[in-house]
Ligand binder design. Structure first.
Ligand SMILES: Cc1cc2nc3c(=O)[nH]c(=O)nc-3n(C[C@H](O)[C@H](O)[C@H](O)COP(=O)(O)O)c2cc1C
Length: 167
């Protein structure tokens, strides 16, 4: 899929149809994500992949968006590796780029996903459930699957509102 079309047509998908995400799709999503830019190329992202239903239910209990999490055949819990981190702000931005690469690849493959941030209210609990050491900090959970809805597009601020100066 052409890049600008993919960016423009991606939506947050919160309901999923039956069926797993193929191994090939999971690999392609992670493969694209890891080509994100990062400061000093430190690649501070790490991922826990969750397909197991019981595990997904445990993670779902950590957020008010539990129905999204429990209904998603694939969860990607994205962590910041604090041991390779050199600048917290920059490293968090790099993880954001990693996540966006993942979301765009999901969409380009005809799948759907949503970036979940509210779950960070219980980030240590999620980390423990996923048996990830304390040096990794949860940044987001991506819930993904075959789309079970076609979400409306959400409005964006017009360009002239976001460009502060143009010299
Ligand atoms: C940092 C961040 C955190 C988000 N957290 C949540 C969340 O906890 N629950 C949720 O349903 N959507 C969450 N979203 C998705 C946004 O609601 C969504 O991207 C926004 O409304 C625009 O809609 P669109 O992605 O369909 O264009 C989050 C998105 C970002 C970037």
């Amino acid at each position: 899929m052409e890049t600008e079309k993919c960016i423009r047509e991606r939506r947050s998908v919160r309901r999923y149809a039956e069926g797993r995400v193929s191994e090939e799709d999971v690999r392609a999503i992670l493969e694209a994500a890891r080509w994100a830019p990062s400061g000093l190329n430190n690649q501070p992202w790490r991922v826990a992949v969750v397909e197991d239903r019981d595990k997904a239910e445990e993670v779902a209990a950590c957020t008010k968006y539990s129905s999204i999490v429990a209904g998603a055949p694939l969860l990607l819990a994205v962590f910041l590796d604090r041991e390779v981190s050199y600048d917290r702000d920059k490293d968090i931005m790099a993880v954001g780029a990693f996540i966006q690469n993942a979301l765009l690849t999901v969409h380009s493959r005809g799948l759907g996903a949503v970036w979940l941030g509210e779950i960070l209210n219980q980030k240590d609990r999620v980390r423990e459930i996923l048996r990830v050491p304390e040096s990794y900090e949860l940044m987001a959970v991506i819930a993904a699957g075959r789309p079970g809805e076609e979400p409306e597009e959400k409005p964006r601020r017009p360009l002239d509102e976001l460009v502060l100066q143009h010299f």
